[in-house]
Design a binder for this molecule. Structure first.
Ligand SMILES: Cc1ncc(COP(=O)(O)O)c(C=O)c1O
Length: 377
């Protein structure tokens, strides 16, 4: 079976993890935590990094830092992972959805304006499967309405967005450099992985201090076991951070490899008219975190049938996200009643992603595409 994801870990990871073991710094203090935070923030063009235990925790901490009040609304895409909605709900907020763009599969920015109300507190753009959201109009909208922006860049390590594309001086900016705070996951299938892990980035020193406090149970700096706010234990370990530091040393290579894998898949599949391949807008550099394909009506099958047929041929895949408005647990809470997001619904039914891990070989990619041709021809 060709796995949907296999991480690529090297000798450097082993060396740095061993250094933690030998030095005894195995918990949430130690030089690799600081190093990882500083290097990741610098890579993304931010001032401060706060490492946390996973990407869901990063979103939860970031929203807590915005001072969301009970009942405040947060606008997010319907096509995303449930972590985004959970972070809003656990902070006492109300998730409000917009559909996604049929080309990029990211939040449809034009729809955001229509969902802004007196209760809106924040917008949460999510870069989907490695392609950036169109950030400039979103940031303008947030500024005009005085809303916080929490950028979810969990799936977009190293992806870039051409900011100011309609101005005389456009500039490429990395995903994770936008908004008040940005959030990352370092789960095993991410470009940089610490096994489990996450990070919040910000340029604001006060927000950075708040995030550090929330991460660590809101201990007071001057009176340790005295608490004025409800915190979390979302600490990352030095052992995990060591993995991240080792991978950051070869970040350029990792991003180049992912982009070239995406282009290889594009080349091997472009002749199939019944498949829609991932987009790369002129203002975007996609890192193809997961290489997704969407079946057109002419394909004569939906994604679950294709997944089954590929499994029979030794190819593992994953279905696309199911929309937030179709999640039983959220519907049970009375959310999104009678709401429809047709683009999301279509993607959920007709989309899946192919093996995309960094350890995937060219030969495996060719075998995957051969299997797809067999099934669809
Ligand atoms: C867009 C997005 N946000 C948040 C998360 C949550 O990250 P984690 O699994 O590390 O909690 C993920 C996980 O893949 C994700 O894809």
């Amino acid at each position: 079976m060709i796995p949907v994801n296999e991480p690529l870990l090297g000798d450097r990871e082993a060396e740095l993890v061993l250094e933690c073991l030998r030095s005894g710094w195995i918990s949430s203090a130690g030089k690799f935590i600081d190093d990882f935070e500083q290097r990741w923030a610098a890579y993304c063009g931010r001032r401060y990094g706060i490492a946390v235990s996973n990407g869901t925790a990063a979103l939860q901490v970031a929203l807590a830092c915005t001072g969301l009040k009970p009942g405040d609304e947060v606008i997010l895409p319907s096509f995303t992972i449930i972590s985004c909605a959970l972070a809003v709900i656990y902070n006492g907020g109300v998730p409000v959805l917009v559909d996604c763009d049929p080309r990029t599969w990211c939040m449809d920015v034009d729809q955001v304006k229509r969902k802004i109300t007196q209760k809106t507190g924040a917008i949460m753009p999510v870069h989907i499967y490695g392609h950036p959201v169109d950030m400039d109009p979103l940031i303008d909208l947030a500024k005009a309405h005085n809303l916080a922006v929490i950028e979810d860049a969990a799936e977009a390590h190293g992806a870039e967005y051409l900011s100011g594309k309609n101005t005389p001086a456009p500039a490429w900016r990395r995903c994770g450099s936008f908004g008040d705070m940005s959030c990352f996951s370092f789960y095993a299938n991410k470009l940089v992985s610490t096994g489990e892990g996450g990070m919040v980035l910000t340029d604001d020193p006060a927000l950075a201090d708040r995030a550090r406090s929330f991460r660590n149970l809101c201990f007071q700096p001057d009176r340790r076991f005295y608490h004025e706010e409800l915190g979390f234990n979302f600490r990352l370990t030095n052992l995990q951070a060591a993995l991240g530091v080792a991978q950051l040393e070869r970040m350029e290579q990792i991003v180049a490899r992912k982009r070239s894998m995406g282009q290889t898949y594009n080349g091997l599949l472009e002749d199939l008219d019944c498949l829609k391949l991932p987009a790369e807008e002129p203002w975007a550099k996609n890192v193809y975190w997961m290489y997704g394909v969407v079946l057109s009506d002419e394909a004569g099958m939906d994604a679950s049938e294709l997944a089954q047929k590929l499994k029979e041929r030794g190819v593992e895949t994953r279905p696309f996200f199911l929309g937030m408005h179709e999640q039983p647990v959220l519907k049970k809470r009375g959310l999104f009643m009678d709401e429809n997001y047709p683009v999301t619904e279509r993607l959920a039914q007709r989309g899946l992603y192919l093996p995309s891990g960094l350890a995937l070989t060219e030969e495996q990619m060719r075998n995957v595409c051969q299997a797809i041709h067999e099934v669809l021809s």
